[in-house]
Design a protein around this ligand. Structure first.
Ligand SMILES: [Zn+2]
Length: 666
């Protein structure tokens, strides 16, 4: 598996007329900053910005994403007409978008784009004939039973190896199948009804579809039981198991692995990482014990499920009904253009991103970001050197790792070549399948090769950032290097509180409970003395306790272990950005703006980048699957640990924004 540590769960967005920015008007001046700083920084914004009907969450992130989306829409509309003068890149993104937008053709086709695949599944006469179909489905992105790709070898970070991981669920997490509370039981009933409805839309009689849905549920529940939970999966040691193909065959004999790899035309594979060996042992037993008809039903369901967005309106609407309405609480489906912009970004993101960068991001943006990155790296160096709890031996190793961090800003040096992907007008699903197949082969062809660290895992318009522990690099797409994160019109404290904290966050990921297990070269190797590791864990425990007390919705608490890495990164990131700001203000006149000191404005923008409103259903969903805490907890969880904040707002011991004990790792 590939570990990447994002700034935020990626979310979609709705209409905003003007771009977001830092503003005193976003605040709630009636709130007390020492009692609830998030309310103080964001109360005005929250009152003025209800969640649009087609969204699950609405925040400053979304407002910016919306602006980027409008730019992408303009690009795509410009290249949609069938103009022979378009470049190859323009033809691909334009025709992909045009086909996706052509609802009339899609509706006329109905189930037809997947009918031949459904027929193939129906014609399977023996279990021995399942394998070629599984290969076909995996090539087009249907993740039936498990997933297979390539990844840097965790213990040989310069080389790529094949990677086999658990998968095959329809619901967002294994816990959805296993929890016994009333809400979870109800969701499973609603999921059964959804599977039944989708099978009916694909032509099954109601009675048959109902019993088929039960078969799907039985198989997915078995897969869920065999799956490793999310908290355990954050520990790289628990998902690193290098096996030879013979060992895999012995563990999981029901699948002919050699034939499977041959079917996918992979380079030769002698050994591979099997993230969760128990899963593949149980999968093999499940396949042996399940009758052929049920397995065929399961494949059929996953094919329909996976392709629903590119099928006719009844499939699209039923898919929306369960996954967005029931699971996330969204009221209305997004307009088609938003879904098609997202689909183009998903399938041809580095072609669309190339046009986006040409239109929006200049050398100046790259230079100013790099300058701040360097200041914050300097602050982390100072921080490491002055830590009270770490011995000199481990400090020296940490500084080596810091020096080796590579900074990637804006967009890739080389654009991905999609020239072999055929994009045809009027073939929305075929375009998606061919783009997916291209990507599957691109990933598999890396097996045995050197890792290409210049590659990006996020497309340029993305409003997000990430640290990659296996490559020891931090990555900031062009999409996030804008207001309210970075704003030319604003004073330095506001920008350090925004993009500065984001940079600090990603950098700290290299040293959180997960990242600290990787060395400067990105290898999973322990560079800590036993005593320092113990001291680290003691401090991390403080964060687990602090955030576990926060409530997401009703009686659902934040999972302090699931969110530990992100909370550590938030706390470290804000501290580093604050240190860098103080350094930059040295010797300069200190002035209040809008009545606020530089320190206050720094913390106010740290608060405001997380202003958001969240639907209760989404809050419940995220508490289970998201490694990030909700915006209000991210803001208050950090400031209550910081004496610098308490001094800036004159908070005193006993007030909620003064934690006792204050947690701190970095
Ligand atoms: Zn993060």
């Amino acid at each position: 598996m590939r570990f990447t540590i994002l700034l935020s769960l990626l979310v979609s967005s709705a209409a905003a007329q003007t771009g977001p920015s830092f503003s005193i008007g976003n605040m709630d001046p009636t709130a007390n900053p020492c009692v609830d700083f998030y309310q103080y920084a964001c109360g005005g914004w929250m009152a003025k910005n209800p969640i649009p009907a087609d969204e699950s969450v609405w925040g400053q992130f979304n407002e910016l994403a919306e602006r980027n989306r409008m730019i992408l829409r303009n690009i795509l509309e410009k290249y949609s007409p069938n103009d022979p003068n378009r470049s190859a890149v323009e033809q691909k993104i334009g025709d992909f978008y045009q086909s996706c937008m052509d609802e009339q053709t899609i509706d006329q086709l109905g189930i037809q784009p997947i009918q031949s695949e459904l027929d193939r599944i129906a014609a399977i006469a023996a279990k021995s004939a399942l394998l070629p179909e599984l290969v076909r489905l995996h090539l087009t992105g249907v993740d039936a039973f498990f997933s297979f790709s390539s990844t840097p070898d965790m213990k040989d970070s310069m080389h790529m190896i094949a990677d086999l991981d658990q998968g095959g669920l329809g619901l967002p997490d294994r816990d959805y199948y296993l929890k016994t509370d009333a809400k979870s039981v109800q969701l499973r009933e609603q999921y059964l009804a959804h599977v039944q409805k989708m099978l009916e839309l694909a032509g099954s009689p109601a009675g048959q579809a109902a019993s088929d849905a039960q078969a799907v549920m039985r198989i997915e529940t078995s897969l869920a039981k065999a799956s490793l939970d999310r908290v355990s999966r954050r520990d790289p040691q628990k998902v690193y198991h290098k096996l030879t193909v013979q060992e895999l065959a012995a563990l999981s004999p029901e699948i002919d692995w050699t034939k499977y790899f041959q079917g996918l035309s992979t380079p030769s594979i002698a050994s591979l990482n099997v993230d969760v060996p128990d899963f593949f042992r149980d999968l093999s037993m499940l396949l042996a014990a399940t009758n052929l008809d049920d397995i065929k039903t399961y494949l059929r369901w996953h094919l329909i499920h996976s392709d629903a967005a590119f099928l006719s309106t009844p499939f699209v609407n039923e898919n929306f009904h369960f996954f967005r309405q029931i699971l996330a609480g969204v009221k209305e489906i997004q307009p088609r253009w938003k879904r098609c912009v997202a689909a183009t970004d998903g399938d041809l993101g580095f072609a669309l991103g190339q046009k986006y960068v040409e239109e929006t991001f200049g050398a100046e943006g790259k230079a100013r970001t790099l300058k701040m990155v360097q200041e914050i790296e300097k602050a982390l160096g100072t921080d490491i050197r002055t830590l009270s709890w770490m011995t000199p031996a481990t400090k020296q190793q940490a500084l080596l790792k810091l020096r080796a961090v590579e900074n990637k800003i804006g967009y890739p040096d080389h654009w991905r070549d999609y020239s072999t992907v055929r994009i045809a007008r009027g073939d929305a699903l075929g375009n998606d399948e061919r783009a997916t197949e291209f990507e599957v082969h691109r990933q598999l062809n890396k097996i045995g090769m050197q890792v290409d660290r210049s590659e990006w895992l996020m497309t340029p318009p993305t409003v997000n950032a990430y640290y990659n522990p296996q490559e020891n690099n931090i990555n900031f797409p062009a999409g996030i290097l804008q207001p309210p994160f970075y704003d030319n019109r604003m004073d330095a404290p506001v920008n350090y509180g925004g993009i500065g904290s984001v940079i600090g966050h990603e950098l700290t990921h290299g040293f959180d409970d997960e990242g600290r297990q990787f060395d400067p070269q990105g290898n999973l190797r322990d560079w800590w003395t036993a005593q320092d590791a113990k001291e680290f864990e003691k401090r991390a425990e403080c964060f687990i306790n602090e955030y576990s007390k926060f409530t997401a919705v009703d009686d659902v608490h934040i999972n302090g272990k699931l969110t530990l890495g992100e909370n550590t990164a938030d706390n470290g990131g804000v501290r580093l950005a604050f240190m860098a700001l103080m350094d930059s203000l040295k010797g300069k006149p200190r002035q209040k703006i809008d009545g606020f000191t530089p320190e206050q404005r720094f913390f106010l923008n740290w608060g405001q980048i997380w202003c958001q409103n969240v639907r209760p259903e989404t809050a419940r969903l995220r508490a289970q699957v998201d490694t990030h805490s909700p915006g209000n907890n991210r803001v208050n969880g950090v400031v209550q640990n910081m004496p610098e904040f308490q001094k800036a707002f004159a908070c005193y011991v006993g007030q909620p924004m003064v934690a006792a004990p204050a947690c701190r790792v970095w």
